[in-house]
Ligand binder design. Structure first.
Ligand SMILES: Nc1ncnc2c1ncn2[C@@H]1O[C@H](COP(=O)(O)OP(=O)(O)OP(=O)(O)O)[C@@H](O)[C@H]1O
Length: 295
């Protein structure tokens, strides 16, 4: 569905994406994850054809997406800045979307509107932040576009609505498989939905893998300082904290298995996908604590 090779985007002097390469298969749900400013929105907007690449190759549905009618007719981009017309009520907005998207499912849109208690006669400018995000999400479900892009779709939604949103996303995907890209800062909430995770870090595709492989890529190791220090000599250290005098906990990158029986003096802990993401993309070893050390 999507193929990028050395894709780069510059805004004047800012490199928003540098040499990003990846392939995203049709009918998969991929989480696009990264720190603030990593380049996620830029990447998603390039795919949707909203932005023109600076250099590199980008093919979406076998076309250059910028100014492609095929891509725009088969793609929906949902974010919190959809700039919908303020003169139409929600029902009229849904009607106008139904004219543009050939797979539009009107009954699904109406049922979701009723479930989330969105008044059909309301106007977008009068919705709360969470209600507006929910309305945008409903458009994303009902459009049933072969390529559906959600950029931080849950902004402002409360925990219960977010849970419903994720469940609806999965149910609708199973009923009507399509290629979904979902950017989020809540990897812990979406990891069960995802087939793959694309981590964008420092403007390029840092890791494109399954959630389970992401989890296996790091491990926590605890124990007496000397034993931990000997173990981490052979691994890339991501974090190192003294837990009590003479004892430390470290997080290291792993490639392959670690056998507890070979290290009886150490305790190993598996990390969640979100913890793994935070450690592998940490800006400086030692984290925020380092800023306060000695201050
Ligand atoms: N229109 C623009 N003009 C200039 N620079 C921009 C523009 N849009 C984004 N940038 C810059 O490009 C970089 C990537 O921004 P982008 O919005 O793609 O990141 P992001 O990963 O989506 O961030 P966040 O998680 O904070 O939403 C940032 O340094 C940002 O300041």
């Amino acid at each position: 569905m999507i193929k990028c090779e050395n894709l780069s985007k510059k805004y004047r002097s800012t490199h928003a994406l540098s040499n990003l390469s990846c392939v995203i298969k049709e009918n998969t749900i991929t989480g696009v994850i990264g720190r603030n400013g990593a380049g996620k929105t830029t990447f998603l907007k390039l795919i949707a054809g909203y932005l023109k690449k600076t250099t590199g190759e980008l093919r979406v549905m076998d076309e250059n997406p910028f100014n492609s009618l095929k891509v725009s007719a088969n793609t929906i981009f949902i974010d919190d800045q959809m700039n919908l017309p303020t003169s139409l009520d929600l029902e009229e907005l849904l009607d106008s979307f139904s004219m543009f998207y050939r797979n539009w499912n009107d009954s699904l849109a109406k049922e979701l509107m009723a479930y989330f208690q969105l008044p059909q006669k309301a106007y977008v400018q009068n919705l709360s932040k969470g209600m507006l995000s929910t309305f945008h999400a409903i458009i994303g479900f009902a459009a049933r576009c072969p390529l559906t892009i959600y950029d931080e779709p849950t902004t402002g939604m409360d925990a219960a609505v977010r849970k419903d949103f994720y469940r609806a996303l999965l149910k609708d995907y199973l009923a009507f498989p399509r290629t979904i890209l979902l950017s989020s800062h809540h990897l812990d909430e979406i990891e069960n939905l995802l087939e793959d995770v694309l981590i964008i870090h420092q403007q390029h595709a840092f890791l494109h893998t399954s959630v389970s492989e992401l989890k296996e890529s790091v491990i926590g190791v605890k124990g007496e300082k000397g034993a931990v220090d000997r173990f981490i000599l052979m691994h890339e250290k991501l974090s190192y904290t003294e837990t009590m005098p003479g004892f430390v906990m470290a997080v290291v990158k792993m490639s392959g298995n670690v056998f507890q029986s070979k290290h009886p003096d150490l305790t190993f802990t598996n990390l969640s996908a979100n913890e793994a993401f935070v450690y592998v993309t940490a800006p400086t070893e030692g984290g925020i604590d380092r800023v306060f050390t000695g201050s």
